[in-house]
Ligand binder design. Structure first.
Ligand code: MN
Length: 424
């Protein structure tokens, strides 16, 4: 099965609000959306969607699959109306602001859509916000079905996470009467899968792996991407599970365990340039590397403008040992001053440029990625990547990004379940 990418054109009449991993925390989802003053026709018609008290359940009878249930329309072709790339929305803005949203319709918002909004469109009012989710709607928290139904009721769109995919696999097996493996029979997702209602199953089943909002130059994915490959060439395992990236050279140089014959770290995917890894023990955070490469691709160094309070760790120089050595040599040679030396320097600079260009596909020029999945790293903001999983079921918060530059959070579960090693 190949990765399912949905390309969207057009912009929302209101704001784009991207919510991090929710994990069954339906009350926190409502609180968060209320805090952002989220509003659209669905909420105006049914205000109880965002005000339901704990314990109440919204029952949606209609089990139809909603492919793209919002003001945005799927693109007829992935390359249709590709916008002119611009710099990251964070560059020059000093990074996102943490806190409340002052105005439900910030004027700065429409300036960043690049194409304006369809606010004159009689069908949509000005306050037609769109909620986007990064996956992992279910498992761990108290009301997984409630999260799915709340998102569906407000016309939210988003991508599938590894927990959602595991629930779907299990529910499918149960529905078709297939025999479960011993591991599946012990899964904590089993009760959710056994009882999974049709509307929840249909909604989760309709989710793509990747959403691409071309008008916003925004890509939404659960875990991450291999920067060297276009979206359609990513693997499902990588985009739903990866946390780290390591150069293919370093990955293949691993010493194989003599007892098992296997390398100590097994990749989710391996391209000519990179291996993607689930466990954050080998390589580095994919999103830091992504942002670094995207900054180079866009001809700037976006990392410099990020406030220290937002970026937890400084940009890491890694993997580029050969590049550093080349630039040292270039500096020595340029002091010689000869034309031949200058030509060598020029060639080396060109080689260096070509080298990093192979590390990020040029289709990503101007694009930023919003993702979740990495609760341990919590909020992980770089100029071209936004990690939004702030661990709302691990004693953290539920966070959303009001595109392009405002982060809003509410406290997560007050009594988080004991932390188990994830088995999905
Ligand atoms: Mn996940």
């Amino acid at each position: 099965m190949s990765v399912n990418v949905v390309h969207l054109e057009g912009s929302a009449a209101g704001r784009l609000i991207i919510v991090g991993d929710i994990h069954g925390c339906a009350d926190q989802l409502r609180q968060l959306l209320v805090k952002t003053h989220f509003t659209n026709d669905a909420v105006r018609q049914r205000p109880e969607l965002l005000t339901a008290s704990p314990g109440e359940r919204t029952v949606i009878a209609d089990a139809a699959i909603m492919k793209i249930p919002c003001a945005l329309q799927p693109m007829s072709s992935p390359h249709h109306r590709r916008p002119t790339p611009t710099s990251s929305p964070l560059e020059g803005l000093g990074g996102p602001a943490l806190g409340d949203v002052d105005s439900p319709a910030s004027p700065a918002y429409s300036d960043h859509t690049g194409r304006g909004t369809n606010r004159d469109d009689a069908v949509h009012s000005r306050d037609e916000d769109v909620c986007v989710f990064v996956g992992d709607l279910v498992n761990k928290g108290p009301d997984s079905y409630g999260v799915v139904r709340a998102l569906r009721a407000i016309g939210a769109i988003g991508v599938v996470g590894n927990h959602d995919a595991s629930l779907l696999r299990l529910a499918h097996k149960i529905r078709t009467g297939a025999e479960l493996t011993p591991k599946e029979s012990e899964s904590r997702l089993l009760p959710l899968a056994v009882d999974c209602p049709d509307d929840v199953y249909a909604f989760l089943n309709s989710l793509p792996h990747i959403l691409c909002f071309h008008a916003y130059r925004l890509i939404v994915v659960h875990a991450g991407v291999d920067p060297s490959l276009p979206l359609e060439q990513q693997t499902i395992d990588a985009v739903t599970r990866m946390r780290n990236l390591v150069s293919a050279k370093k990955y293949t140089a691993q010493l194989v365990d003599s007892a098992t014959g296997a390398p100590p770290y097994v990749a989710l995917s391996l391209s000519e340039r990179f291996a993607t890894l689930e466990r954050p023990k080998f390589g580095k955070s994919w999103s830091a590397k992504w942002s670094e490469l995207a900054s180079e691709l866009n001809g700037g160094s976006g990392a410099a403008v990020m406030p220290a309070a937002v970026v937890k760790k400084p940009r890491e120089a890694w993997e580029d040992v050969e590049d550093d050595a080349a630039s040292t040599r270039s500096a020595d040679e340029s002091r010689g001053g000869s034309t031949a030396a200058a030509a060598v320097v020029g060639r080396r600079e060109k080689d260096k440029k070509e080298k990093w260009r192979k590390r990020i596909s040029t289709v990503y020029k101007g694009y930023t990625i919003a993702y979740g999945h990495d609760a341990k790293r919590r909020l992980n903001i770089h100029p071209y990547s936004y990690g939004l999983d702030t661990g709302c079921v691990y004693g953290g918060e539920l966070t959303c990004l009001v595109w392009p530059n405002t982060l809003v959070s509410v406290p997560g579960l007050s009594n988080p379940p004991p932390h188990h090693k994830s088995n999905v």
